[in-house]
Every structure is written in structure tokens, then in C-alpha cells.
Design a protein around this ligand. Structure first.
Ligand code: G3P
Ligand code: CA
Length: 241
């Protein structure tokens, strides 16, 4: 069984990283959602992909320079769909309060690739704990230092190493961190590191796959999960196999 995570929510149908996209992921029968977390100027965990608000809202500026109140005043939906003009940048807490009432899995990506967002690891862990969601959450990051800090703070939380282009050493890192999985692009599957991951029994989840034909040359049995913008489409394609 391939686990389907809705990438930034069901982000083909609805504006990414909004409550509309997360609710849509349930309707599209995803197994879980993936979302991106950064910190506002007043250190609140907010769900947004880019470091700047410009692409996905009607505002301008960096997330780290805007207070939660300022971020919340922005329209985070119209840029993709005029019908979604009421959507705002969710706080992580808003998503946790909602997901608790569902059976969805959760992948929280800590977006510390550009700014370190000091304290983000503790803030996120505390919130997951408060909502009783630690067991169904996997925390991922492209930043190894962030993952190390999460592991130092919590010896059992589920972690995934996020891989961009540099694949070397990723299995060792995953082992050192006691990570449960590696999240990578499909090209990873054709590297030596993928062989090492299989030998080490570390599952691989691939991002971002919007059509199963993109997996040409990759056996579905060699991956544990897929991140997709279009869960309903992938669900249908998987069922037809
Ligand atoms: O976690 C997989 C994927 O979300 C990583 O890339 O840029 O979409 O956050 P990005
Ligand atoms: Ca992400």
C-alpha cells in the first residue's frame, strides 16, 4: 500500500497550505497532509511554504518580519482561486485542532532552509504534544541541524530526512538521527543512496508526483509513500493498477 500525502494539502484544487486545501485532501482520500511551517515576527508557528508572503497572498514581505496579526490579515486564497478569498495563512495550531478530528496522517516540514527560526523545533513539538498528535506526525526538514535539534529535544518523535539534489550521506544521516524515512525526489531512486536505504530498511517517500507515469522505471514496491498535489487522481491511478 502506497501512502498518499497531499502536498501542501490538495494544492491543485485549492490554494496551497490553506485550510481549504487540507479539507480537500480528506475529500480526495489522501492518507495524510504535508505542510510547511515557519515562524512569524512574534514567534508563532504559521503554515506557509515561501519565506516571503508575496507569491501566495496579497501582501508583501518576509514571514519573519510580519506579526501573526499582520499575516492573518492577508488573503491567502485569491491568488489561486477567487472563490477562496476568505482563506488566510493558517497557524499550525489551527491545523492541529482540525486534524485531531480526522484520521489523517501529518507531515510537518520545518522550513529552516533560509532562516533558522530559533526555537521552532520546541514550539512545534510542544504543540504536537498539546494536541496529542505526536504519534501520527512525522517531522521533516532539508536542514540537518534542525532535525538534530528535534531529535535532541525528543528521542522518539518520527523524523524524515528531506533530500534535495545532494544525496550522498543521507542514509547515514537518517541512521544517526533514527529517522523513520527519507523524503526525496524521484531521481533519488536511481542513486547508490537508494540501494543503501533499501539495505538499511529505511522507507522512501517521493515528492512531488502528480501522475504515476512519472515513476517510469521505479517499482511502486520500492517506495512507501508519495507526496502529490492531486490525491484523488493518484488514488484512482493506484486503484487501476
Ligand atoms: O516534503 C516534500 C516537499 O514538500 C519538499 O519540497 O519545496 O514542496 O516544500 P517543497
Ligand atoms: Ca514542503
Amino acid at each position: 500500500m502506497t501512502t498518499l500525502y497531499a502536498h501542501r494539502g490538495a494544492s491543485r484544487m485549492c490554494p496551497e497550505n490553506t485550510m481549504a486545501a487540507f479539507r480537500q485532501a480528506v475529500r480526495e482520500k489522501a492518507d495524510g497532509i504535508e505542510l510547511d511551517v515557519q515562524l512569524s515576527k512574534d514567534h508563532k508557528a504559521v503554515v506557509i511554504h515561501d519565506e516571503a508572503v508575496d507569491r501566495t497572498t496579497n501582501g508583501t514581505g518576509e514571514v519573519k518580519d510580519l506579526t501573526l496579526a499582520e499575516l492573518k490579515s492577508l488573503d491567502a486564497g485569491s491568488w489561486q482561486n477567487a472563490a477562496c478569498k476568505e482563506e488566510t495563512i493558517p497557524t499550525l495550531e489551527e491545523v492541529l485542532a482540525w486534524i485531531k478530528g480526522t484520521d489523517m496522517k501529518l507531515n510537518v516540514e520545518l522550513k529552516t532552509d533560509v532562516y533558522p527560526y530559533e526555537g521552532i523545533e520546541q514550539i512545534v513539538l510542544e504543540q504536537l504534544d498539546r494536541y496529542g498528535l505526536k504519534e501520527r506526525t512525522v517531522i521533516s526538514s532539508f536542514n540537518p541541524e534542525t532535525l538534530k535539534r528535534v531529535r535532541q529535544l525528543d528521542g522518539t518523535i518520527r523524523l524524515a530526512v528531506l533530500v534535495w539534489d545532494e544525496t550522498k550521506g543521507m542514509v547515514k544521516l537518517a541512521q544517526k538521527l533514527k529517522a523513520e524515512a527519507i523524503h526525496a525526489k524521484k531521481d533519488f531512486m536511481f542513486t547508490k543512496e537508494a540501494v543503501k536505504a533499501a539495505q538499511a530498511g529505511i522507507p522512501i517517500r517521493l515528492y512531488t508526483i502528480n501522475d504515476l507515469s512519472e515513476l517510469d522505471g521505479i517499482s511502486l514496491s520500492s517506495i512507501e509513500g508519495i507526496f502529490t498535489d492531486e490525491p484523488a487522481k493518484l488514488r484512482k491511478e493506484l486503484a487501476a493498477m
